[in-house]
Design a protein around this ligand. Sequence first.
Ligand code: ZN
Length: 313
Amino acid sequence: MTQNLSPLSGGIEIGGTKTVVLIARGADIIEREQFPTDDPTTTLERCVDRLSDWQSRYGALAAIGIGSFGPLSLRPDAGDHGCITNTPKPGWQGTDLLAPIAARFAVPVGIDTDVAGAALAEGRWGASVGARVHAYITVGTGIGAGLVVDGGAVHGLVHPEAGHVRVRRVAGDDFVGSCPFHGDCLEGLASGPAIAARSGYPSHSLTADHPVWANVAAELAELAAMLVLMVSAERIVIGGGVANGQPQLLPMLRARTAALLANYVPAASETLSTIIRAPMLGDDSGPLGTIAIAELALARNRKHAAGHELGSQ
Ligand code: ZN
């Protein structure tokens, strides 16, 4: 067995209901602990304690990555950089995730959305290895998308919020939609709660041949086609609690995406089974996403330090 030379990294994945803290070398997870997400102080303290324990057992961490539910302020020049912004989750609005961790560990700390982390991890170790432009779409309680270009997650004004794009409806579908902001945006039509509202049953209890899946596949295909057309995505990984339990969705989604593209992008039409895929890292896309975020923070820090050295010569 070859020795794993990846840096020892810590990761904190904060979800709406559960938090995962872990340490890893690359994709090799050494320790992890999962617990229900409590109030911000309790949750972050528990993560700090765990990482400190592991550090004394396994050696100094080189970097830490935080992947969190959003929306997050990620502009480095913003006063609230590293904070959760306008979340409806009680007690979490305005929470600074970055500072309390950075104050306790003298190592580079990176932060991104959990879904950007999942995209980065699939690009580093999973289904999107070798792709320059790739996305990860999570279909669960909400719908989110992380977009990666040349190894970095796309941030701009904020971060992509592709779950809230408005998509063309299936003819005859008059479901009002469940998004509190937009009604029938993609999340309002095809997330877990939307599927439950449309069908009357929780999504995990629906059989593979339930008619609602045709709607979900058609709506997700709108986003998949957009990603191919707008950013020339080479991989679109479909994960999340709803999608992972319904393997029939992927072939339906590929067929609908092919119909939407109508051979306009021949490279895509020929390879949709390669482009639209399940996560190769399974349920570890999110936790390993924090490790990918940590490694990027470390690389940025080293580049910065090298720049300073050059500048001082
Ligand atoms: Zn919406």
